[in-house]
Design a protein around this ligand. Sequence first.
Ligand SMILES: [Zn+2]
Length: 248
Amino acid sequence: MGTEKSFGKEHVPNWSSPISTGGRGKMPSNMQKMASYKSQIEKIGTPISKEVYSKLSSYAEANNILLSGFKDFVGDIGVIKQVIDDIVVIARDFPLITSGKTAIELKLDYDMGTDFATTKGRHIIHLNAVYYSDLSILNADYTEGVVEGRFVSNTDWHSVIKHEVGHVVANIYHLNPMEIAKEVLQMNHEIQVLEYLTDDLSLYSTEFEDGREIISEAFSGYYGKAGNEFADKYVNRCIQITREGGTR
Ligand SMILES: [Zn+2]
C-alpha cells in the first residue's frame, strides 16, 4: 500500500486542497473486505496444472513478457493472457517495454493489501493475486473507483495494467510526467495542473504533487479508449517525444 507507485483504493491526494480526505476513513473496511476475499480464494483455489502453467508461460514468452510467481496461480489464465494482450498493444507505441533488458516482468504478489497493482524497480509490475485470481472482485472494486471519480471515466479493469505500463514507460524512456502535462495544458504552475486534472482526468492522477500518476492515468484513458481529451493529447505527446528520441 505504501509503496511509491502503487495503484490502490485507499489513497488520497497529499497536496493541500479542498478535496475530501474521506478515503482514509475507508481503510478498515477495505482491509476487512480484502481479508474476506483472501479466504474466499483460499477456499475455492486449486492451483493451475503444469500443463496450463506452461501454456501461460509460452504465451508470455511469445510476447516478450516475463512472468514470475504464477506456478501456484488459482485463477483463470485467460485473465493474465488479456493483461499480456493489453501490454502488447501499448508496446506498438513504446517498443522498449517488450524488448531486451527493459521488457516488462509480471509478478503475482499475494501480499499487496488493497492495491490492484504496483510497479517496482523500472519495469516489474506486481499484480495483486487476490484480485487477479477472481476477475469479478477486480471488476467490482475498479468500477467502484470509477463511479467515485478516483479513476478515469469510461475505463474498466483493463486500465489497471494500462496505468502501471504508464509508470514503466516513464521509467524506461525517462519522461517527466509533470513537465509534459504543463506543456500539453500550457500551464506554468503545478497546482494549476493538478486542479485541472482533478476534474478532467481523475482524482488519482493528482495523488502525488510531482505528477507521477498523471502519465499512468493518461495511459488508462488513452488505451482504454475512454474519450478523454486530455489523456489523448498527453499520450500522443509522449509517443511523439519518444519517437524523436528525446527525454522530457
Ligand atoms: Zn500509479
